[in-house]
Design a protein around this ligand. Sequence first.
Ligand code: ZN
Length: 475
Amino acid sequence: MRAPVNQLVASVERDSYGRRTLAVSTPHAPDLDLFEGVSASAGNGYQLTGPLSPTNAAALRSTVDNLRPRPLGVGRSMGTGDRLGLATPGHVRAFQRHGHGVTPVFAQQSIREMDRLGRTAQEVLDDATFGCVEAEWNGAVGADTDHIKTTEGIDRGLDAGFTTFTLDPGDHVVDPDTARGDISALVPWGSLEDDPAALVRRYSGTSISVAGTPLVITEDQLLRGAVKYGAAVADTVRLSRHLRERARHDVEIEVAIDETDLVTSVAEHYYVAAELQRLGVDWVSFAPRYADGFEKGVEYLGRVDDLAVNLRGHAAVAEQLGGYKISLHSGSDKFSIYAAAVEATGGHIHLKTSGTSYLSALEVVALHEPDLLREMYAVSRESYRRSRATYQVSADVDSTPDPGAVSDGELQDLVATFDSRQILHVGYGDVLTATDRGGNRYLDVALREVLARHHELYADILADHLGRHLEPFAG
Ligand SMILES: [Zn+2]
């Protein structure tokens, strides 16, 4: 990797087992002060060999400009979550080949997932940094702490150096159809610095032009929007203020209400966004809850035309309120919708994927360690009933084959077929944290060994698979 300003060159080297070390060379000895490892003079300069440690990751980010995450702004972008911390080289390859004009977010993980796996925000960022060096990425990068619900989550992202903060007030969304009682008790008017009459005066009759057709916001929609999202607005304001107060580096916000059961109408999106603006929140992308059909790790299950209409409405609100991006979460493997989504949003779009890179890892396992995949599949099936409640999934365990009944040649199909694919997707937590009697995460360890030995194959599978996601977004 080249950094012409100070001539420092860093690379990640692998031995025959796939184990990695960092190599840094520079003509200026002081450049190496931040790094740890063994250094020596070499030719006209100095060379250091060191571990892939937090110290060295931080040193890389402070000496190599493009490795330092930055806010994405409103240009096209895509987040590629990585549960194992080993996917970035393949992600880089996908962007190098297919991602022209799309800014990558290689470090992206939700607080929930970090906690589930026992990963720190720092590890998430460091793994992405080393992956960038290994695959020689020299473009800009973002870094997204996803689905933050607490100020403590914000602090974790800030301390690690993340730059995008996806604030998720979803726990505060209220179902207006089952909510009982007086509207003044259901909406936190005090923290919103508002009252119902003022709300109606402000926005009632506002017209949004959706593909040439005016959509007029009614009093009913506003009051319903306030019941449903008023507390969520107040919570977003709280989180946003904390972020702005505490941040010592450039940061940006995404607002995400996609992880609730209640679909966000275009009028409700308008209510939320207009209110957040009034209360001083500034954000670059917004993830509403779309019409059903976004299940984990599989094709879009709804009608693409309906989704396009939905997206055009959301994009119209975003444009009218300042031109932020529409964010598509659970975006993995939905090849049928990407072109329509780019078109409907005029390219003001952010795509988030995550679990699909874990599934690509399982393809490597299916090819090279059949028994390990059967074991992972067995654990995933057992955990499916427990964990399915937290995901949008519809796989039926009973329609999937028993682990013992799957031949080596059929293991690839297991990763590809709808029901077993979803089961494997959702089972990652129990698989990666499964321990033996000694307390070792034996499946996680075994998986990492396979991926180290076959890191080239893993990177190629990822480059192809993520590349198929990227192509419709590239410009
Ligand atoms: Zn999401």
